[in-house]
Design a protein around this ligand. Structure first.
Ligand code: PLP
Length: 396
């Protein structure tokens, strides 16, 4: 059979994730120190795991309401009000989803008519561009440049707005750079959204992981913004719950309803045991992740210091658990750097281009890795960089 002709054109034409291609080289190699995968090195805190175990023991194995357990939505509303300073009604404005991934897909599919333009900032999470395309939208990337510490300028967003623009998508702190948007710039983006009657989708998945006493500000909390914002959040990162697949969307009720329609037909509900675990996570609140956050902050300090010392300029990111060093001085492309580092020193980092074309010349390192492994990886990377430079010198 000619399968190519059977596969939907817009899926056939979608490129495979560059990250996946790269990680196929790493799979099955136990000798590799991975700074590659964006997930916490520690398992979910025990109290959260225990709550799920107890619920399974009690036989809680059924579907829940499509919206998610009411007790969980009430707790989400309380947490979001406390943390983001925006109040949402648990009954009509919150939807529990299978990770932020599902919430993002629902938001895009609920809003986009074919051809609508979605502005987002690059470098960004690898799913954004394909998710927009899978919803038949047109992705419009705006650079968040290293010259501005990977924040996006409202003036650049403004230049990208056309009569077809429907959505601005934001993610701060950002994967893969750890960049944070200054509040004044976020205010200007809010003003643009209001002026041009746009919806904002804000992916706040790293919002708890902020360093140097920073306090998170969500665009949803600005005057006039709640009514035009879909706030996405989840449990994967701060609560170390990537495998539970738990997230949620907070949105004005007509938008929540539209997302709910898709969710009820394609997903039914998030798994009940994961919802019970998430409820426990929210009850623990900050105490569940504060120790991890402080430890990430120390690891960030180490990795930023080491990368700069070996001549790979690296901005000191204010949040998330990634650094995005500039490797151009080695004379290698991002892909060559990552592949050779893996081959020669068994250290895995991710090349920058899958996060957007502005990522060429950079690699992403995740520092949610044990401190002793970060030290070892930095020693090996320094050796590698020195060897590459020596070889370049000798070839002259
Ligand atoms: N959004 C961003 C910016 C991410 O970096 C990730 C995962 O790395 C996700 C969403 C996916 O989150 P979840 O595990 O909740 O689906």
């Amino acid at each position: 059979m000619n399968y190519e002709s059977k596969i939907a054109g817009h899926i056939r034409d979608l490129p495979r994730s560059g990250i996946r291609d790269f990680f196929e080289l790493v799979i099955g190699r136990s000798d590799v120190i991975s700074l590659g995968v964006g997930e916490p090195d520690k398992p979910t805190p025990w109290a959260i795991r225990e709550a799920a175990i107890r619920s399974i023991e009690k036989g809680q194995t059924s579907y829940t309401s499509n919206l998610g357990l009411e007790s969980l939505r009430v707790e989400i509303a309380r947490y979001v009000e406390d943390f983001f300073k925006v109040s949402y009604d648990a009954k009509s404005e919150i939807l529990v989803t299978v990770g932020v991934s599902e919430a993002l897909d629902l938001a895009l599919r609920a809003l986009i008519n074919p051809g609508d333009e979605v502005i987002y900032h690059e470098p960004c999470y690898v799913s954004y561009n394909p998710s927009i395309q899978m919803a038949f939208g047109v992705p419009v990337a705006v650079n968040a440049s290293p010259a501005h510490d990977f924040a996006v300028l409202a003036s650049d967003i403004e230049k990208a707005i056309t009569p077809k623009t429907k959505i601005i998508m934001l993610n701060f702190p950002t994967n893969p750079t750890g960049g944070i948007e200054p509040v004044e710039e976020l205010e200007k983006i809010a003003a643009l959204a209001i002026k041009h009657d746009l919806i904002v989708i804000t992916d706040e998945i790293y919002s708890e992981l902020l360093y140097d006493d920073r306090v998170h500000t969500s665009i949803a909390s600005f005057p006039g913004m709640k009514e035009r914002t879909i706030l996405l959040h989840g449990f994967s990162k701060a609560f170390a719950m990537t495998g539970w697949r738990m997230g949620y969307a907070c949105a004005p009720s007509p938008l929540r309803e539209a997302m709910m329609k898709i969710h009820q037909y394609c997903m039914l509900c998030a798994p009940i045991m994961s919802q019970v675990a998430a409820l426990e996570a929210l009850k623990l609140g900050r105490s569940a992740f504060e120790e991890m956050r402080l430890s990430y902050e120390q690891r960030r300090n180490t990795i930023v210091r080491r990368l700069n010392a070996m001549g790979l300029p690296c901005f000191n990111p204010g949040g998330a658990f990634y650094v995005f060093p500039d490797i151009r001085s080695t004379g290698l492309t991002s892909k060559e750097f990552a592949i050779k580092l893996l081959e020669k020193k068994s250290v895995a980092v991710v090349p920058g281009p899958p996060f957007g074309s502005i990522g060429e010349g950079y690699v992403r390192c995740c520092y949610a890795t044990a401190p002793e492994l970060i030290d070892k990886a930095m020693d090996l990377m320094e050796e590698f960089v020195n060897e590459v430079r020596a070889a370049k010198q000798a070839a002259r």
